[in-house]
Write a protein that binds this ligand. Structure first.
Ligand code: NAG
Ligand code: NAG
Ligand code: NAG
Ligand code: NAG
Length: 962
């Protein structure tokens, strides 16, 4: 979401520039003293029109944002009075004909009749019905029946359906406004659905041909997906404004429109399928505002852009532009707003831009700009808002950063050197994150009393910082110093509060104590202190932070009991600390979504409520504690759990079947406990289950075929090892492990399992090539089956060869006999295969040479005989793979084979060797980026729940468009 704000902002600024003066031009009724100028037919037509609608303030709610006064104008319309005196009505002062009707923002609500009496007012010149709610009525063809009409305004009035051809009869029209732009809800990121008008090519052609006097055309939000953009080519040369934002335009935009002789404002934004290029040479026009953001305009920006001397605003966010930013930009002496973010611009920022004395906003974010930022003594005297983030800019910071802007976004570049002292006390937003700034935090920051956002995270800042230095920053909402090497001290006898703090991240620094001043910040929503050196107990009064939703304290040295949780907490991680005592009180935190108390010393039983206290709990991780007792017997209906990890505790007893109430379970890791009972056949009732780990427990008995076998469509990691299962291998389950068959690795970026809204990754313990490790993230294409160290007997079923996506297969330490099935050759992705310590006989099938990814192979301690396959990856396996099989012969064993039946053909058929070997590394290189996970997570939470001021400002800004 954060990436969208420049767009929102842009729309505001540019539309503010193109704001229409015409709005205020109507409404003044003529000041004649002659009574009853208005004829009876006209006044009765108006009264009838009025009665066709109800009055409902909601109908004009969009007027709030453009700050247009909204009130029911028709309330003043009374029979028996001169209609020329009515609010919104303008008459010709000689003939008494109604020539103007301005009912914008008049709370009119209801269907617009196609034979409305309004159409009897045939002398109308100006008709403004904007900002009402006509309930998706059609625009009546009768709108084309006003021969004198010069202004028609139906902006945001909830008409839908086709724009009638008859509109093209309005040959005197000077301005035509039919725009509707949906409103973006910044919190949800969803645009409110609006009405849809559609414009067909023939209607557009009629408009283009017949409206020869038209100067202003606003058609934003109208569906023009079937229109050929070339149709606009013959628009009247007197055109001054053309606005086609969000029109689903596709195809190539004719470049001569950029050269229209009178055009001042051209808006094409949000037409992602609109292609085209800017005029390569001789580009001249009186353009003042050009907004083509979020289109597919491509190519380089021509040098002749510098000819557009009147340009005040240029918005080209999210196009497909590349090459250098032309130096001629520095000639645009009127330029106030420049938005070029989300393109592929490269090279250095030309030094000529520092000449832009009028420039107020400079947004070049998310390009590939490099080198130092130009500097000179008098640069940018009016610059207020600067966003250069997500580029490759380097070197020391220019002096003007420290003097003028109130918003400075420089994150994700390669700036180096110290951060200088700020001269400008008005700074509101300072983001320098993800650079290579060194040295201390400048002391002048403590005087930037307007600061709302301070983000210095992920740099190389050092030194001792007293957190008291922020005590004067009463407006501060976000403080992020994470991932530096700062020694953070706090005076814990504090007497100040920072009342507006919402988001604090001090993770990955050197912090020894919980900073007490935070306890006074009643708006605090998100607090991340992970990977520090916090010792001792947590403050009891933490539970008074009623706004707190996200709290991450993992990887510290926190001791004592788990404190009473803040009542509205949603995310809590205290993993990897030294908490002791029992888990109590969590059941009051009814909004919890993620609870991670793993890697502590918590003891006692799991609270009984755990399966039912929170309808929103999706992840419960209590791994690696000292919990006793049984798994609580009740998981409530509607349980939302996706991830249940109780690995490495002392839990006992059988599993409760009520877990099947948790229909969304994806990961169940109960490994390394003392749970007994038989195999949980009810896993069939968990359609989402992907990972089942029962490793090292006391499960026992045979695994019978389920009575009515159902496919386990997603299950792909199964670890039943180190239990006491016996009997034949569970063939009917294996047949149903559909998730281990035919996973398509489409080469797209690998994804991980987890709770996306917090970027919280689910983890699982796995035995990998003989080593028990923790997969901090679980790749969604990772599959393995581990049935080792049980007492399974009988043969390896041939169907195991159908698990074509398996990466690891471990059947070792059982009592399996018979031969190794040649069907294993079909496990084309297999990287490790362990069949050791069984009673397998016969030869090692030569077919295994097909397993080109195999990097670990163990058949030791069986009763295998004959030659070891030679060639390919088998050349890499050592003695240990084959020990304890008296009958095996050939390399690497010293025992040679008598009748050397070397599998030469296999060796030679090896055309594609190594072709896809990287795949193996993808799995091995499963990420361990803890800091990253939480850094990202909180940003999201904050946006989802909090509303930093600047975001709201920009949000409102967009609605102000008009
Ligand atoms: C006004 O319109 C809103 C939205 O359409 C509707 O929910 C509400 O009931 C209406 N109020 C009246 C008094 O009709
Ligand atoms: C009548 O209107 C015309 C323009 O339409 C204006 O010039 C003139 O002053 C008006 N006369 C009176 C008496 O208002
Ligand atoms: C132009 O408008 C006139 C009415 O003003 C109409 O009769 C004529 O058909 C229109 N022509 C086109 C090409 O739409
Ligand atoms: C752009 O084109 C694609 C493919 O034709 C289509 O799926 C998509 O909806 C179009 N987008 C818009 C905004 O029209």
């Amino acid at each position: 979401m954060r990436f969208y704000w420049p767009i929102l902002c842009l729309q505001f600024i540019l539309s503010a520039l193109s704001f229409r003066a015409s709005l205020s031009s109507s409404s003044s009724s003529s000041s004649t003293s002659v009574p009853y100028l208005c004829s009876h037919t006209q006044s009765s037509a108006l009264i009838l029109f009025k009665t066709q609608f109800s009055i409902n303030e909601t109908a004009s709610k969009d007027c709030e944002y453009p700050h247009i006064k909204s009130y029911p104008k028709t309330n003043s319309w009374k029979k028996g009075l001169d209609c020329c005196l009515w609010d919104g009505v303008t008459c010709d002062n000689i003939t008494g004909q109604v020539i103007g009707l301005d009912l914008s923002c008049s709370w009119l609500s209801g269907t617009f009749p196609s034979n409305s009496r309004l159409f009897h007012l045939s002398h109308l010149q100006k008709l403004d019905l904007s900002f009402n709610d006509f309930s998706k009525s059609r625009i009546s063809p009768s709108f084309g029946g006003f021969p004198s009409l010069t202004h028609l305004d139906l902006t945001s009035s909830w008409f839908s359906g086709p724009v009638p051809y008859e509109i093209s009869y309005l040959s005197k029209l000077v301005s035509l406004y039919l725009s509707y732009r949906p409103i973006l809800d910044i919190v949800s990121g969803i645009e409110a659905p609006g009405p849809t008008l559609k414009l067909e090519t023939c209607t557009l052609n009629g408009i283009v041909r017949n409206l020869t006097k038209v100067r202003e055309v606003y058609l934003d939000g109208i569906d023009m997906s079937s229109v050929d953009p070339n149709s606009f080519m013959n628009l009247s040369a007197s055109l001054t404004s053309l606005s086609l934002g969000g029109c689903h335009l596709r195809g190539s935009f004719p470049d001569n429109l950029f050269n229209l002789p009178n055009i001042q404002s051209l808006t094409l934004d949000e037409n992602p399928n609109l292609t085209g290029q800017f005029p390569k040479s001789n580009w001249t026009s009186p353009l003042e505002v050009l907004d083509a953001s979020i289109t597919s305009l491509s190519g380089e920006l021509p040098e002749s852009l510098g000819n557009l001397k009147s340009l005040r605003g240029l918005g080209l966010v999210g196009c497909n532009l590349w090459g250098p930013i032309p130096a001629s930009l520095g000639n645009l002496s009127q330029l106030s707003f420049l938005f070029l973010s989300w393109n592929h611009f490269s090279g250095e920022i030309p030094s000529s831009v520092t000449n832009l004395t009028q420039l107020g906003l400079l947004v070049l974010a998310s390009n590939q700009l490099e080198g130092p930022v130009p500097d000179n003594l008098n640069a940018f005297p009016n610059l207020g808002f600067v966003d250069l983030s997500h580029n490759l800019l380097s070197g020391r910071t220019p002096s003007w950063f420290y003097t003028n802007p109130t918003v400075l976004e420089l994150g994700n570049n390669q700036f180096t050197g110290h951060i200088d002292e700020f001269q400008n006390r008005c700074l509101e937003i300072l983001s320098l994150n993800n650079n290579s700034f060194r040295g201390p935090i400048p002391s002048s920051i403590s005087q930037l009393v307007n600061l709302t956002i301070l983000d210095l995270s992920s740099n190389e800042l050092k030194g001792t910082i007293s957190l008291d230095m922020f005590s004067e920053l009463q407006n501060l909402q976000q403080l992020d110093l994470s991932s530096n090497a700062l020694l953070l001290c706090s005076n814990n006898t504090v007497s100040y509060v920072l009342p507006n703090l919402q988001f604090v991240n001090l993770s990955s620094n050197i912090l020894h104590e919980f900073p007490k001043f935070l306890l006074g910040s009643k708006k605090l929503e998100s607090l991340d202190l992970h990977s520090n050196f916090i010792e001792g107990d947590l403050p009891i009064s933490m539970s008074e932070l009623v706004s707190l939703r996200f709290l991450c304290l993992s990887s510290n040295f926190i001791e004592g009991d788990l404190p009473v949780l803040p009542p509205n907490i949603r995310f809590l991680s205290v993993s990897n600390n030294s908490l002791s005592g029992k888990i109590s009180d969590v059941c009051n935190a009814k909004s919890l979504e993620i609870l991670d108390l793993s890697r502590n010393k918590l003891s006692g039983a799991i609270p009984q409520c755990i399966g039912s206290f929170s309808r929103s709990l999706t992840s419960l991780n209590l791994k690696m504690n000292k919990l006793h007792g049984t798994i609580p017997p009740t998981f409530a209906k509607g349980c939302a759990l996706e991830n249940l990890n109780l690995n490495s505790n002392h839990l006992e007893g059988p599993l409760t079947r009520s877990i099947t109430n948790c229909k969304h379970l994806q990961v169940v890791d109960l490994g390394n406990n003392k749970i007994n009972g038989t195999f949980p056949h009810w896993i069939h009732a968990l359609p989402e289950l992907q990972v089942l780990v029962l490793r090292s427990n006391k499960f026992q008995g045979p695994i019978h075929s389920p009575k009515s076998p159902r496919p386990l469509p997603k299950l792909r990691i199964v670890d039943l090892s180190h239990n006491n299962f016996f009997g034949p291998l569970p063939t009917s389950y294996i047949q149903n492990f559909k998730g281990m068959m035919n996973i398509v690795d489409d080469g797209k970026a690998a994804t991980y399992m987890g709770e996306r809204s917090y970027s919280y990754d689910y983890s699982v313990s796995m035995a990998f090539k003989g080593l028990e490790v923790e997969l901090v993230k679980i790749l969604t294409i990772f599959t393995s089956l581990d049935l080792s160290s049980n007492n399974f007997e009988g043969e390896i079923p041939r169907v195991i060869g159908e698990l074509g996506s398996l990466i690891g297969l471990n059947l070792s330490h059982n009592n399996l006999c018979g031969r190794i099935p040649p069907s294993l050759r079909n496990l084309a992705q297999l990287e490790w295969l362990d069949l050791s310590s069984n009673k397998l006989g016969g030869q090692i099938p030569m077919e295994l040479l097909d397993l080109t990814f195999l990097s670990s192979f163990n058949v030791s301690y069986n009763q295998l005989v004959g030659p070891i396959p030679q060639g390919r990856q088998f050349n890499t396996f050592e003695n240990g793979s084959y020990l304890g099989n008296e009958g095996l012969c050939g390399v690497p064993l010293s025992r040679g084979c008598n009748n050397e039946s070397q599998p030469e053909p296999w060796m030679k058929a090896n055309k594609e060797e190594g072709s896809k070997l990287e795949f193996g590394w993808k799995v091995v290189a499963i990420g361990y980026g803890f800091g990253f996970v939480f850094g990202v997570g909180m940003g999201y939470v904050f946006l989802r729940t909090g509303k930093p001021k600047w975001f709201v400002t920009l949000f409102e800004a967009r609605r102000r468009r008009r």
